[in-house]
Design a protein around this ligand. Structure first.
Ligand SMILES: [Mn+2]
Length: 244
């Protein structure tokens, strides 16, 4: 059996990432895949990119990882661009769209937001047809087959649903969770690369971390949109402005 830790939406929150990596190490999990949005919102995107590149076996692109490279006059985005610098921006832009593999007879597909786009946001309360569309493929994906198991990030809200023989889950957010104010990640376990059917498990983990340390780092960095960030970390309630 292989266990893979799936992490997503770190958003520059280093204390949250460190707490999750410590938990993964304590469980002796061999592989970590990151589902994107390494940066943006939080104060330490540069350090998070370096740590993710070092510790994760596979990393895919999130919406922030893509649009952060685009020319902008938005003050907050310029601040993050400057902190990251050209090399990290090039790394983020180069990340692939999806991760696909077979595990215990299931076709598994992982992406950031939807199989079609980094900017299509799908919540667990969306209609059944919309949720089922997450199993489809598109030109963006690595292969054109329908998936049996789909995992994604983007919405910062961990959940699992089963329907029509398929399993859909969201891994939640490491650095900016919007349901419980503890870092979220998922452990996927099964027989990697095997086409014969056997058990697959999806385990949700919540990790407490020092929110105060993250806030102190944000203040220290003199980060833009500081109050909105502090409020989100402390309450798990979305700031309600469309910065994606
Ligand atoms: Mn995100």
């Amino acid at each position: 059996m292989k266990r893979i830790a799936l992490i997503s939406d770190i958003h520059g929150n280093l204390p949250a990432l460190q707490a999750v990596l410590d938990d993964i190490a304590e469980r002796e999990i061999e592989s970590i895949y990151c589902l994107g949005d390494l940066i943006g919102k939080g104060p330490s995107g540069h350090l998070v990119v370096d740590l993710i590149a070092k510790t994760c076996e596979k990393v895919i692109r999130g919406n922030w990882d893509e649009f952060i490279s685009k020319p902008t006059e938005e003050e907050a985005l310029l601040w993050h661009q400057q902190q990251l610098g050209p090399e990290r921006l090039a790394y983020l832009a180069s990340l692939p769209f999806s991760i696909e593999f077979v595990m215990s007879g299931k076709k598994i597909r992982l992406f950031h937001a939807s199989p079609r786009s980094l900017y299509e946001r799908i919540h667990p309360w969306n209609d059944r047809e919309t949720l089922l569309s997450l199993f489809q493929s598109s030109n963006e994906c690595e292969s054109d087959v329908e998936a049996d198991v789909v995992g994604y990030g983007d919405i910062h809200n961990a959940y699992i649903q089963h329907f029509e023989g398929k399993t859909l889950f969201n891994v939640g957010s490491v650095g900016n969770p919007l349901e419980i104010t503890q870092a979220s990640y998922v452990i996927l376990e099964g027989h990697y690369g095997e086409t014969k059917e056997s058990a697959v498990s999806v385990q949700f983990v919540r990790v407490p971390y020092s929110i105060q340390r993250s806030i102190d780092q944000a203040i220290e960095a003199d980060m833009p949109l500081l109050n909105e960030y502090i409020q989100e970390l402390r309450t798990g309630v979305y700031r309600g402005i469309k910065l994606k």
